[in-house]
Design a protein around this ligand. Structure first.
Ligand code: HSE
Length: 429
């Protein structure tokens, strides 16, 4: 029986979940995979955590060299999160010929090229199924089940915290601040929730997923990013009247000329789109391939056992490889010609404005849209005139470019009859 030594760097939520799966399913994996996985070292300062999980204290250390210098350790799974010391430790392990398994999307999205270089030198493997969409097997779906496809698009709910907040706001009518506080109390959102609510986490994942899908590195700085902190319950409710649901989506598309667009932002989608039905902290991804058509994956994007499930799957997979396959992107993510990416992307828009209730106001505003080449689908005045003589008007546009919309909104903001452009939300159909 093939025996494979493993090291776990960190024993927090996902590290702990991984240890529990490895313990519980050790015999099953031995029988079904023919591999005896042995945890030979755990790097962890917090001994209480180790005791709670029943880890033999003789294998607990705080010294990465104990991992690097143990020839029996072939696979190193990292759970530190953040860039350092994860990056330096993993590079050291790769150069020593140890394959790495990680859920660390930020480090991976920012330092993929460097890790890959170390992996090539050390003839080791890089495994990162857990970095995107937790327990949902999206990476291997893209790399091992869709090779025959030219992938056209990926759209997904790839951050559970923001999906929890938006679903809750939609279900209860509660405002953003109140719902964020609740998400923090439940442990979904961190005390500093910026990585989730400002869209950084989703951007890291979209960079990794779209790079694999389109077979070229899609660097973070070409991905448009907008978070959910300006979302209001009022807009979510108006959206419902139009048959639309608000989600934070990661969207990446390959245009016919090969150029790529990638963006993360709140977006209205029709209620009957499968992604609109994904509620709470669940994640889902919709991929379109030119041969297979539509594929939907759904599941838990976070948590100890779901993410541990992806980590263990990578460990078993890495343990079974004779040589490790690395990416063969056309670019390395460091020098990207602008012409390969679409920044002026197209979508429909929902725009809410507060305007004076006077004759000619709507014609002034619609005139600016028209002259900016933005075609309107509908204009609806909502509610009664307020005490200051103002009303709310909602515009829905047809497909237009970002630059046309920007041009129109700059001019609209200067009109005396417009008190405020309250919300601008893209619609994806
Ligand atoms: N913070 C992430 C989320 C989970 O809310 O989906 C880890 O990627």
């Amino acid at each position: 029986m093939k025996k494979v030594g493993i090291a776990l760097l960190g024993l927090g939520t996902v590290g702990g979940g991984t240890y529990r799966i490895l313990e519980k399913n050790h015999e099953m994996i031995k029988k079904s995979e023919g591999i005896d996985l042995e945890v030979r070292c755990v790097l962890e300062k917090n001994l209480d955590r180790c005791r709670e999980l029943g880890v033999d204290e003789s294998i607990v250390s705080t010294d990465i060299d104990r991992v690097v210098n143990d020839p029996e350790i072939k696979i190193v799974a990292e759970f530190f999160g953040g860039i350092e010391p994860a990056r330096s430790f993993l590079i050291k392990c790769l150069l020593a010929g140890k394959s790495i398994v990680t859920a660390n999307k930020e480090m991976f999205a920012k330092h993929w090229h460097e890790l890959e270089e170390a992996a090539r030198k050390g003839k080791a493997g890089l495994y990162f199924e857990a970095s995107c969409v937790g327990g949902v097997p999206i990476i291997r779906t893209l790399t091992e089940s869709m090779q025959g496809n030219n992938i056209q698009s990926i759209k997904g709910i790839i951050n559970g915290t923001t999906n929890y907040i938006l679903s809750k706001m939609s279900d209860t009518g509660a405002d953003y601040a109140e719902t964020l506080k609740e998400a923090q109390d439940l442990g979904y959102a961190e005390f500093n929730p910026s990585a989730d609510v400002d869209g950084f986490d989703a951007t890291y994942k979209l960079s990794i997923l779209s790079s694999l899908a389109f077979r070229k590195k899609v660097p973070l700085d070409i991905i448009y990013r907008e978070g959910i902190s300006k979302v209001t319950a009022e807009d979510i409710n108006y959206g419902k009247e139009f048959g639309l649901t608000l989600k934070l989506l990661g969207i990446a598309k390959q245009h016919e000329d090969g150029r790529i667009e990638a963006r993360v932002h709140p977006v209205f989608i029709p209620n009957d789109e499968p992604l609109a039905t994904v509620k709470g902290s669940f994640n889902a991804v919709h991929i379109v391939g030119d041969a297979v058509g539509d594929i939907m994956l759904y599941g838990r994007g976070a948590g100890d056992l779901p993410t541990g499930s992806a980590i263990v799957s990578d460990i078993v997979y890495a343990a079974g490889q004779k040589s490790h396959k690395l990416s063969c992107f056309k670019n390395n993510g460091l020098h990207i010609p602008n012409r390969e990416f679409v920044r002026d992307f197209e979508s429909e828009y929902y725009i809410r404005m507060t305007v004076k209730e006077e004759a000619g106001v709507l014609s002034d505003v619609t005139g600016v849209f028209g002259r900016s080449n933005v075609s309107l689908r509908s204009v609806i005045q909502k509610g009664d005139v307020d005490n200051n003589g103002n009303v709310t008007v909602i515009f829905e546009t047809h497909v237009t470019t970002e630059s046309s919309m920007e041009k129109a909104l700059k001019k609209i903001a200067k009109l005396d009859c417009v008190l405020e452009v309250n919300s601008i939300i893209r619609i994806e159909k």
